[in-house]
Design a protein around this ligand. Structure first.
Ligand SMILES: Nc1ncnc2c1ncn2[C@@H]1O[C@H](COP(=O)(O)OP(=O)(O)O)[C@@H](O)[C@H]1O
Ligand SMILES: CC(=O)N[C@@H](CCC(=O)OP(=O)(O)O)C(=O)O
Length: 264
């Protein structure tokens, strides 16, 4: 069996991907087991204005942004994810690829104890946030990995107390890519490249990407660079960030390719 490909579909761009983009993905999926992991940031903002309020986003002590997640927010995440999943499934099935949907919290993604102290704007506050760091991915849940078949993962997780928690979608995709032995992780988003000093970057190694992350990356890109580093540590060969069809990103025709070593 060829190695699986993991593609993370950014919540920022999922509804902007054109028919051609899906045609290209279906060609890949016909030859490789495919795992899609989706985000939901934009659909949540469209569901309710409360998700555009700056107080909805917290930061941990490492500067990672995290949605303030309560049981109501989890319900909203599931509502928008079901609509997105129905759309993705229809698009791929129409192109001859079968799709199985998996909630990460149904045994695939395990989380540890969450943080209690968060930065909300400039204030450090103690609050309950249903977000957990990913501790394990149980790849045996994805037992039907084969060419022509795709999994669509909603990256929620379950913690040791049995609670369902939110996770970061890029980092969940990285952990899943490592667990299934994927060679490639593709992070599809609303920008064509990582920009450093306003210049698009075609290739960068993990060390330089981490150095830039801590110096200059913001918001969603900061999380992507952290996720890329984690994926490479877990054995993924390369991580590509961009907005083009997956074939173009995998061939290095566009996007930013992040590799473990300089020479790769
Ligand atoms: N150095 C950078 N290069 C490119 N994009 C950046 C950079 N720093 C921050 N960003 C932002 O990261 C965003 C992508 O992350 P995010 O909004 O989380 O997307 P997604 O929903 O696809 O995960 C871009 O739209 C851009 O505004
Ligand atoms: C803990 C946390 O913040 N989780 C993210 C997961 C979704 C995500 O990452 O969506 P994008 O791909 O659109 O960025 C959130 O709820 O927004």
């Amino acid at each position: 069996m060829s190695r699986p490909i993991v593609v993370k579909l950014g919540g920022s761009c999922l509804d902007d991907l054109a028919g051609e983009w899906w045609n290209d993905l279906a060609v890949h999926a016909a030859d490789h087991p495919l795992i899609l992991v989706h985000g939901w940031s934009k659909p949540l903002r469209e569901l309710s204005s409360r998700y555009s309020d700056p107080s909805a986003i917290l930061r941990d002590r490492y500067g990672n942004q995290s949605r303030w997640t309560t049981p109501d927010v989890l319900d909203d995440i599931k509502t928008v994810s079901t609509v997105m999943a129905d759309d993705v499934i229809a698009r791929l099935e129409h192109r001859g690829i079968t799709v199985e949907r998996v909630l990460g919290s149904d045994g695939l993604v395990h989380a540890g104890q969450g943080e209690r102290w968060w930065w909300q704007g400039k204030q450090l506050v103690e609050l309950e946030n249903l977000v957990g760091p990913i501790t394990k991915v149980d790849a045996s849940v994805l037992k039907n990995l084969r060419a022509g078949h795709a999994y669509l993962v909603t990256p929620l997780a379950r913690n040791e107390a049995g609670q369902e928690v939110n996770t970061d979608a890029d980092r969940a995709a990285a952990a899943i890519a490592g667990a299934v032995g994927a060679d490639d992780l593709v992070l599809v988003t609303d920008v064509s490249h990582l920009l450093i000093d306003d210049e698009p970057v075609a290739r960068i190694d993990a060390e330089a990407a981490a150095a830039f992350r801590d110096r200059g990356a913001r918001g969603g890109m900061r999380k992507k660079l952290r996720a890329a580093g984690e994926a490479l540590e877990h054995g993924v060969r390369e991580v590509v960030i961009g907005s083009a069809p997956v074939s173009d990103l995998l061939a290095g025709r566009t996007g930013t390719v992040i590799t473990r070593d300089k020479e790769q």
